[in-house]
Design a protein around this ligand. Structure first.
Ligand SMILES: *[C@@H]1O[C@H](CO)[C@@H](O)[C@H](O)[C@H]1NC(C)=O
Length: 149
């Protein structure tokens, strides 16, 4: 009895802990749908396929994605940077142009991520601020990212 309760508790712990550490990986066609519903097609001359390729290479569709390069950090599905766009409390000279806490860009609510990503693309008139897009997507045939969705 006691052991089985412990085991049950362990399973509950795993269930609570794993989503928190691994994040939510958004299925490909689900991501396409989210981008279409939020007006990304044609936004600043970009396509949903451009954004799909960007998200694939920046975060692999993981809402909890995080990268630290020593001087600043990138957060969430669009890998938004703490030097210019969000505040993580440990990036000197942060502009926090999206006026948001970086940790909010790692939760499952994508509304704020979308608002900030569009601000970045609007100011740059495109996707050039994202190295994942510049290095892997620009000028390529990206139709496979939206095929069948
Ligand atoms: C870290 O990333 C930021 C934002 O992309 C960039 O400005 C900075 O030069 C990078 N620093 C290093 C050490 O790579």
């Amino acid at each position: 009895m006691r052991k089985s309760m412990l085991f049950l508790g362990f399973l509950v712990f795993l269930g609570l802990a794993l989503p928190g550490t691994q994040g939510k990986k958004i299925p490909r066609c689900e991501m396409v749908k989210i981008l279409r519903q939020n007006g990304f097609q044609g936004f600043e001359g970009t396509t949903v396929a451009d954004w799909m390729c960007l998200v694939k290479h920046e975060s692999d569709y993981n809402t909890k994605a995080y990268h630290d390069n020593g001087s600043s950090r990138d957060y969430g599905i669009f890998q938004i940077n703490s030097k210019y766009w969000c505040n993580d409390g440990k990036t000197s000279g942060s502009k926090n142009a999206c006026k948001i806490s970086c940790s909010k860009l790692q939760d499952d609510n994508l509304g704020d991520d979308i608002r900030c990503a569009k601000k970045i693309a609007r100011e740059a008139h495109g996707l050039s601020p994202w190295y994942g897009w510049k290095n892997h997507c620009r000028g390529k045939d990206l139709s496979s990212f939206v095929r069948g969705c």
